[in-house]
Design a binder for this molecule. Structure first.
Ligand code: PMV
Length: 323
């Protein structure tokens, strides 16, 4: 039975600033979504009857991408990600389902990760009223460390460009990768889930309102862009202390943009004594924080004591793959 796994993601730098054209840096994580498909006598999803309107990503891939008209399918999904928490669970689902469908329909054809990333991005856009950044889908498809920006980013390797017609006009992105040096292998990310969802649209609107009311806050976007550049240079050089310092600085900028919460701050503060750096990750409000550490067990315990749910991951897991 064709089965594929696609990783989730965690944003290291650049959330919110990326909305204003600055780069964002994301890494694929060990947790993700596994999907398998097989022909069946009726349409099934996770053992129950499949209702297309309730699963827009899957329906879009079946109808619009593969234009599938074969026998009904039994689709099995297994996720180790928290959903609606900024971990890219819908992107991982789209990539894993797209890959499993590809293997089911074209068993002898290799998988093209860039094609898959574009396909999953179109599924995200369809499900989100035409608005979707390619960060989650590209990171999940390519794996490793991905830099998304309005233009090519020095010190990175350009992989592809992508665009989307949104209700606000056409948007274009450059997708780049950074090789994670071997020396970083003994460091861990511990992701702490706050227990509440991360409302991306609401947090992006909140930042836009803050900037229209207090235009000086736009300086924080420049500050995040500088931190992102410094953090990327540290990551490329295998400089974990520098990487952690940049993560701490990024959290302070995000706090000034008022996208942190008392729960996220509590988890970040609990992780810091045992970490090289810690910050909220993604849109904020709720969702997750992330810490960089050599002691993932201690950091997980500290996050639990602060009321969060921890997940441990290496930096930059492999992208989508068949199982
Ligand atoms: O929590 P997430 O993964 O949805 O992060 C969103 C990142 C933002 O910069 C806040 C929004 C965006 O579209 O890039």
């Amino acid at each position: 039975m064709p089965s594929a796994f696609a990783p989730g993601k965690c944003i290291l730098f650049g959330e919110h600033a990326v909305v204003f054209g600055h780069p964002a840096v994301a890494v694929a994580i060990d947790q993700g979504v596994r999907v398998s498909v097989e022909a069946s006598d009726r349409w099934k999803l996770e053992g129950s009857s499949f209702e297309p309107s309730r699963h827009p990503h899957i329906s879009h891939i079946i109808r619009n991408i593969f234009q599938y008209s074969g026998p009904p399918l039994d689709i099995d999904v297994d996720s180790s990600l928290f959903s609606a928490a900024g971990m890219g669970s819908s992107a991982a689902l789209s990539n894993a389902f797209g890959a499993a469908m590809h293997a089911h329909l074209n068993p002898d054809e290799e998988l093209d990760a860039v094609k898959l990333a574009k396909m999953a991005h179109s599924a995200e856009a369809t499900a989100q009223k035409g608005r979707a950044s390619p960060t989650d889908t590209a990171t999940s498809a390519l794996g490793g460390c991905v830099v998304v920006s309005g233009s090519e980013v020095p010190g990175t390797r350009h992989v592809f460009d992508t665009s989307l017609k949104t209700p606000e006009g056409s948007r274009e992105w450059s997708i780049n990768v950074v090789d994670i040096p071997q020396g970083i292998g003994d460091a861990w990310l511990v992701i702490g889930y706050s227990g509440t969802g991360s409302p991306t649209g609401r947090m992006v609107a909140k930042v836009a309102k803050l900037i229209s009311e207090v235009p000086e806050r736009m300086e924080e976007m420049e500050a995040i862009a500088n931190i992102t550049r410094a953090g990327l240079a540290a990551l490329s050089a295998g400089n974990l202390e520098g990487l952690g310092m940049a993560m701490d600085a990024c959290h302070e900028s995000l706090r000034k943009l008022e996208v942190s919460s008392s729960k996220l701050d509590r988890m970040v503060n609990a992780a810091r004594p045992h970490s090289m750096g810690a910050k909220l990750t993604g849109a904020g409000g709720g969702g997750c924080m992330v810490a960089l550490t050599h002691d993932p067990t201690r950091v997980s315990e500290a996050i639990e004591v602060a009321g969060g749910r921890p997940l441990m991951s290496r930096l930059g897991a492999q992208g989508v793959r068949f199982l």
